[in-house]
Design a protein around this ligand. Sequence first.
Ligand code: ZN
Length: 258
Amino acid sequence: MEATQTHALILTGGTEGARLAEARRLCAGALCLTAEGTPCGVCSACRRVLADGHPDVTFLVPETKDGKEAKEIKVAQARRLRADMSLIPHEGWYKAAVIRADALNVPSQNALLALLEEPPSHARFFLLSQTPSLLLPTLRSRCAVRRLPDPPEETAVSPEARSLWEALRSRDEWRWVQACLALEKTPREELSALLDGLAALIVRGQDTGGEGGLGGDALTARHFGGIIDKIRVFQDMLEANVSPGHVCGALMAVNSEP
Ligand SMILES: [Zn+2]
């Protein structure tokens, strides 16, 4: 079941970009007009969430002044969020707050505590944190935790995984099909390791945006994020003795969806 059913979720692991992408995906899931849990990605609510333009999604990050970002989220900002979250949603069933939790100081964490202890029923909180252990235990205890896969070190990704990623990223259907066909006779364990590398490169691509990345387009990010989920399913299939040929056939189809 989707974690949006818990009112507060700490997203940790992965990279900062991957945590943010996952928070956007979960917000879209809560606010999507056509689906529940899994966002459709195409309705007006999903599009605005993924483009950071939905009135029921608030981002709590340090303030920027004269082009310089403050180190911490001020307690006044946390209080404003508390007031805002208690109002009914503008258009959907939910109001979501995406909080850069590592930037919360102790007073601002305390200001949020009451909100997390007795959240309005329409409120959903996503706390992005590299090190949740540094948050106040009282705050942490109010949240479920989801750990995203950590990207392996640069050297851990094989050249084969890299060329598979290049084929996927090109969005060139024929090139991708060819790349998948070439893997049909790969032994199970080797194929699973290759998929690990591919997933890591997708995560890294989501984080870098520019060169080697995905360009920061939220819908594109969603497309590739969905592929990561499927890769995990394919690895389970390999584990369950499904033939590499079958898995490659399924893999071939992942890039053709919108
Ligand atoms: Zn939608």
